[in-house]
Design a binder for this molecule. Sequence first.
Ligand SMILES: [Zn+2]
Ligand SMILES: [Zn+2]
Length: 382
Amino acid sequence: MAILTQIYESIHTVNIWQLFAWGSAVKRIVISAGACLLLVAVAVFLLGDRLLMTVVQKQVERNLSGQVLNTLPDGLHLLLCGSGAPLADPERAGPCIMVLAGNDLYVVDIGSGAARNFGLMGIPPGRIEGLFLTHFHSDHFDGLGELMTVRWAGGARTEPLPVYGPSGVEQVVQGYNLAYRQDVEHRIAHHGEAVVPRSGAGGLAKPFTRPGEAEAVEVLNHHGLTVTAFAVPHEPVQEAVGYRFDYKGRSLVISGDTSASENLQLFSEDVDLLAHEALAPEIVEILGRAAANVGMPNIHRITEDILSYHTTPVQAAEIAEQAGVRHLLFYHLIPPLPVKPLEWLFVRGVSDAYSGKYTLGRDGTLISLPEGSDEISVRELL
Ligand SMILES: [Zn+2]
Ligand SMILES: [Zn+2]
């Protein structure tokens, strides 16, 4: 009997201790978790600003260092810095295309707001080696002052921005240089010439004679990149050109503003990529009718006039098909497309006219043509 009592008591005692031990473990876990949460809360409270700033700083470092460009393979790359046109559009800056050939970065046209996309896309403007203007409608160069400034100040450049264009580019560059002269002096006085060298301010015009039909003029030949210009019809503008870039077996053509052009088709033969402007008449007509209905006859008139010197998406698709273009990019989209269904309307009929792949450009579209391959890859940076 005494033995049985001892066994019972020992079991009972053990159970009590085990329960106590379990209770302690749960308590310890709860207390530890609570302490951790409290510590995290205190850390976030005390270090929240610092954590936020660290995250933001990392992103800024990524953008400033041009990581996007540095990770691209050798080849020809098109970065769309402005896919829109003159009409206000919160999603699209004015026309602007960057071309990276190897390590050299160039810009074709610089529409309003486009220079601000450089920062958003992680492109250091200090790396820009030159600008090509397609013609002198203001929507294609109204960001020039901003481009000259951010390239100069952002890269401590010691030589002005070369601005290539048909005859008349001298006036545009001279005008901007004059308009920005006081700003240049203010910035040199503030930051010093080591930061903003006087010799690097502004632009330097590089005019060329617009070639005739079926002729091309070589505008640049550098580090394996050849840039040629050819005439496009954009009457009453006489000095309108498109550009073709060739680098290590890859090629792309940029239309600038043009009505449907056989000459452009000729110089786009078998290119990897054609970036073509486009105007959708049905959607522009909606704008025109709306303007007429609210008593704005001048806007109504402009919407009628512009139909004659641009290309419809289907016409651009037909040109791409005839030329054997491998990928078609629509940019300089007229009018703005604020809702998705309008994008569908914009490209209606394109697939019937063109058997290749096409992209409706957005600010931040990147199309890569790596050298030594047939690859064409498309991605969005924004
Ligand atoms: Zn134009
Ligand atoms: Zn334009």
